[in-house]
Write a protein that binds this ligand. Sequence first.
Ligand SMILES: O=C(O)CCC(=O)C(=O)O
Length: 280
Amino acid sequence: MQYSYPEPWSITPSVAPAIAGLGLEQNVVQLRDEGYTIVENAYSPDFCARLREAILRVTREEGGHYFDIKPGEGISAYHLLGADDLFAEALLNPKLSALSEYLCGGDYLLSQIAASVRFSGASAMGLHVDAQWVPPTDYNPLFTACLALDDLTEAAGTTKVIPGSHKFMRNPDDAEAAAAVGAVPIACKAGSFAIWTGYSWHSNYPRTLPGERVMLHMTFCRLAYKPAEDYSALGDEFLAKWPPAIATMLGRNSWLGVAGRNGGACDMTQYSRMWSAARS
Ligand SMILES: O=C(O)CCC(=O)C(=O)O
């Protein structure tokens, strides 16, 4: 058994073939050095068109104001796994899976899958990090990948990120958030996904273009952390429809939370699997 941990940000032998095979070497370097990256042409136009429709439907049903969306400026919905098959399909993108393992290790978990629709005239959200509740750690604890379902530019209200800010491993203070020095727009075509790491300072730009900006937000965390959303209600029938990666993302292949009183019975296979995954 190998007990040592890889260096933070290293490409481990378990993920190296996928990174190389999918041509993600530059994305990995940019994530390590700048705290964000964009993967172009990751999802097909047909998939994106169907997903966009599904998001418009679920956000209309829920009408939420998550992601700092002001009333009248847009709508959101979260806890989307199980609401439509397209959401599970989005999670299984091979490039996303490879970068998830790079950023959050083996057996990483789905923390949240949510959607936002920002209307024309929507104002910007405040600059923040996503790992608000995780004390500083050199091992990136969680990250968000956003799938663009419309072409994104500054005028389209795309996400704004501050390259290198992840090295501070904290939220910006009020003055830093207002100044947003060094911010760059995440510019990309629909069908691309952008990733920012757990401590990267980010927000977005006001939307000045007509029409709406539709986006799928997928957040993943290391096995050791607690996900934001609770999918314990999704049972065997749901899991049987999908490759085992979905069950793993929901923590069903770990020891965490299953060490109950079982009359002395105890399946230790999940225990050692979890140790190895954390070091891969
Ligand atoms: O809507 C955006 O552009 C950014 C949303 C955001 O902050 C997030 O998903 O973590």
